[in-house]
Design a protein around this ligand. Structure first.
Ligand code: PLP
Length: 244
């Protein structure tokens, strides 16, 4: 077994244990493998282990991988989780199955208009800035309900839920607070507006706390692929290194 396969299996086991500890069914939280900065070969290896959903942050890099794997691994599901520039919406609408990082109506309108007719509606999550005033990404909790209602009207988008990247926190209880806040916001929006079944929250260092608070999707990079080499272009040989 390769290190990557072992890491992936260990991550699946963490998710299963956290779900059981929370009294939730085994499949209650789905895993998205965040493959940013790692090459198509690593994605193919993770897919061979059994993973289908992959998350990417950088558009050019992502599209290169999607194209490279289209023939050899045709059944992958691609999630765009990075910031979206409003002049780069078309390739997102054309290449991805999900977008987690929607935080502006203008971008949502463009994605809806540009979603190709032959594809199902684009699944989207509203990114909420739940606790970090300094973050540039995400709609504020106060503005989220109105934005969710507006996005739910767009014909070629399927609004599925909320996503957040909380401020880093150490320890289970501290990590839980932001995830609980996102869950309450979801419940509040769903009470009067669009039903939002998905909560995309939890990463390598805090997925247990997120699952305890109801995460339905966790986005995990480092625990599967190892530490990312910053300041290196994607595909550099050293990006294949493993942290553990
Ligand atoms: C990079 C990234 C992740 C994965 O983070 P890890 O700590 O490596 O698991 C998850 N979500 C988003 C939005 C990311 O940018």
């Amino acid at each position: 077994m390769t290190a990557l396969t072992a890491n992936w299996q260990a991550t699946k086991a963490r998710i299963a244990a956290a779900s059981a500890a929370a009294g939730r069914p085994a499949g209650a939280a789905r895993l998205i493998a965040v493959s940013k900065t790692f090459g198509a070969d690593r994605v193919a290896e993770t897919a061979a282990a059994g993973q289908r959903a992959f998350g990417e942050n950088y558009l050019q890099e992502a599209i290169a991988k999607i194209e490279a794997l289209r023939q050899s691994v045709p059944d992958l599901i691609w999630h765009f989780i990075g910031p979206i520039q409003s002049n780069k919406t078309r390739p997102v609408a054309e290449h991805f199955d999900w977008v987690h990082s929607l935080d502006r109506l203008k971008v949502a309108e463009r994605l809806s208009a540009q979603r190709p007719d032959g594809l199902p509606p684009l699944n989207v999550l509203l990114q909420v800035n739940i606790d970090d005033e300094n973050s540039k990404s995400g709609v504020s909790p106060a503005e989220a309900p109105a934005l969710a209602r507006a996005i739910a009207q767009l014909p070629r988008l399927a609004l599925q839920g909320l996503m957040t990247i909380p401020r880093p926190a150490v320890g289970f209880e501290a990590q839980r607070a932001a995830f609980a806040a996102l869950r309450r916001l979801r419940d509040q929006i769903a009470a009067t507006g669009p039903a939002l079944s998905e909560l995309s929250m939890g990463m390598s260092s805090d997925l247990e706390a997120a699952i305890a608070e109801g995460a339905t999707i966790v986005r995990v990079g480092t625990a599967i692929f190892g530490a990312r080499q910053r300041n290196e272009p994607p595909g550099s040989p050293s990006n294949g290194r493993f942290a553990g």
